[in-house]
Design a protein around this ligand. Structure first.
Ligand code: CLF
Ligand code: SF4
Length: 298
């Protein structure tokens, strides 16, 4: 369903499995876990595992150097003809760890010039890299925005690391939210397609997400993806330790329905791991671990 998506935009999403609902039946994405460092603390994160922005806690990805990642991409491209997108989504933050992220794209684009690149970020470092994203022809960016009200954000982010020091409380929340909005505005001003992921946390931002939706739409976000908190004490996330539960599927649907949005709401997200490979919901990553791919550059 194209909804009200104009033809020239459709051309840019028709082979992106996350940005187009239809495309996820025909095209595959892969992630490479090259970005281990992160500059914020989310209460739903456990640093031992992947960035919970995009992935189910409880599974660790194989950390790769940009060179190893490029080899892996070549190996997957040779075996998975549906591969259309390479994303960097952790296991930490792609834009805080920007050197490894951009080095990976540089190595891959030299060999696979038609592959689309995609990044996912918490947004704190994003404004510093907007120009470089454009230089690498990155047309799809995801920012995780869980709140637009700093008071609510303080319940989600205990601290951030910014300009060489740690900030906490309302100050941390104000800085993070301002940087997220600045990154969003500057990307959409350049015509980049921006998706916003929001983690639905019952009792904290469930009723607030309608305001998040309005704020990001006003700044030109293309898609909004409301995804459920995955919280389990055995994973050791702070929310898990607090006994906070994830929403039921019915609660997720109720929030999504309250946002309206038609084609501008993503409902097919599978909360992929930072090293996911294949069609959405499929995981071929075990077939492409480092020991299974050729040593020499392909
Ligand atoms: Fe990866 Fe994310 Fe790009 Fe997609 S995943 S960086 S936008 S290529 Fe997609 Fe996976 Fe959901 Fe992410 S289904 S978790 S939205
Ligand atoms: Fe964890 Fe991702 Fe949040 Fe960083 S942005 S603390 S890696 S969930």
């Amino acid at each position: 369903d194209r909804g009200d998506v104009p033809e020239h935009v459709w051309d840019r999403i028709k082979d992106h499995p996350c940005f187009s609902e239809e495309a996820h039946h025909y095209f595959a994405r892969m992630h490479v876990a090259v970005a281990p460092a992160c500059n914020i603390q989310c209460n739903y994160c456990n640093r031992k595992y992947d960035c919970a922005n995009e992935s189910r806690p409880g599974v660790t990805s194989e950390r790769l150097t940009p060179e190893q990642a490029a080899r892996k991409v070549m190996a997957v491209a040779a075996k998975v003809p549906q591969l259309s997108v390479l994303g960097i989504a952790g296991p930490g933050d792609s834009m805080f760890d920007w050197r490894r992220t951009f080095e990976t794209f540089r190595l891959v684009s030299a060999q696979l010039p038609d592959l689309k690149f995609c990044v996912s970020t918490n947004g704190l470092a994003l404004p510093d890299h907007v120009d470089e994203l454009a230089e690498h022809n990155i047309d799809h960016v995801t920012i995780t925005i869980n709140a637009v009200d700093p008071e609510i954000a303080t319940q989600i982010y205990p601290w951030i690391y910014f300009n060489g020091r740690r900030h906490t409380g309302i100050e941390a929340a104000r800085i993070l939210l301002a940087r997220q909005m600045e990154g969003l505005e500057r990307l959409t001003a350049k015509g980049v397609l921006v998706k916003v992921n929001s983690v639905l946390i019952p009792g904290i931002n469930d009723r607030h997400l309608v305001e998040v939706n309005a704020a990001i739409k006003a700044r030109g976000a293309f898609l909004h993806n409301v995804m459920p908190l995955i919280s389990d004490p055995s994973h050791g996330t702070r929310f898990g330790l607090d006994g906070r539960r994830g929403p039921t599927p019915a609660e997720v649907k109720a929030v999504q329905d309250s946002l309206g949005g038609g084609a501008h709401l993503m409902r097919h997200c599978r909360q992929c791991r930072a090293d996911a490979v294949g069609m959405l919901g499929e995981d071929l990553s075990r077939d492409f671990t480092l020991d299974k791919i050729p040593e020499a550059p392909v």
